[in-house]
Design a protein around this ligand. Structure first.
Ligand code: ZN
Length: 186
C-alpha cells in the first residue's frame, strides 16, 4: 500500500468518464488499499480512483468510523434534496453549499466481486453521489447553484494550488491552502 498524489482540478483525468472494472484481481485490491490509505492521509471522507489518476469505476469512503469501498456502482436517489457544505480533495481547502439527494442507494461490487448494496442518508448519501459523479467525470462545481458556482470558480482561480498547476502545466503538489477548511474533503 502507498499514499498516492491526489490530482487537482485542471487535471484531465478528473473530467474523463472512468472505465468499468472487469478483473477483480490482486491489482484491484491494491488500488482499493491505495485509495483508502491516500484518503486517510489527506484526511478525507471519500476518494475516487480518478482522483489518484486511475480511470476505473472504484471509490472508497470513511464516514462515521466506517470504511467502505464500491466498484462499478449504480445509484438510486431520493427526489428530496438538501443543501449542505461539501468539499473535494481535488479542490483543496474549498467547501461550498451543494444540493444533493437526501437518500441514496448504491448497488455495485466489493473488491472480491461480490454484489453489495449500500444505503446512505445525509453525509454517506452525499458521499455516494459525489464519488459516483467522479467516476462519470462530473465535479461538485457542476452540481452547485449558479451563484455559488461563480464564487467557487473565482476562488479556484485565486487559489495557490490552481495557479501552480496552470504554471507547471500539470498537477501540482499540495500546498498550504489560503482558505480555511470547515467541511470534509471527498
Ligand atoms: Zn471529490
Amino acid at each position: 500500500m502507498s499514499v498516492q498524489q491526489i490530482r487537482h482540478f485542471g487535471d484531465p483525468v478528473l473530467v474523463t468518464p472512468a472505465q468499468p472494472v472487469v478483473d477483480f484481481d490482486k491489482e484491484l485490491r491494491k488500488l482499493v488499499a491505495d485509495l483508502t490509505e491516500t484518503m486517510q492521509a489527506a484526511p478525507g471522507a471519500g476518494l475516487a480512483a480518478p482522483q489518484i489518476g486511475v480511470s476505473l469505476r472504484v471509490f472508497v469512503w470513511d464516514i462515521d468510523d466506517q470504511l467502505g469501498h464500491l466498484i462499478n456502482p449504480s445509484l438510486d436517489l431520493s427526489s428530496e434534496m438538501e443543501e449542505d457544505e461539501e468539499g473535494c480533495l481535488s479542490f483543496p481547502g474549498l467547501t461550498y453549499k451543494t444540493p444533493r439527494s437526501i437518500r441514496a442507494v448504491a448497488k455495485g461490487f466489493n473488491m472480491h466481486g461480490e454484489p453489495i448494496v449500500v444505503e446512505g442518508t445525509e453525509l454517506l448519501a452525499r458521499c455516494l453521489q459525489h464519488e459516483t459523479d467522479h467516476l462519470n467525470g462530473i465535479l461538485f462545481i457542476d452540481r452547485m447553484d449558479e451563484e455559488v458556482r461563480k464564487l467557487a470558480m473565482k476562488e479556484i482561480r485565486e487559489s495557490e494550488w490552481f495557479n501552480s498547476a496552470v504554471q507547471n502545466g500539470n498537477a501540482p503538489t499540495i500546498k498550504v491552502s489560503p482558505h480555511k477548511t470547515f467541511g470534509l474533503g471527498l
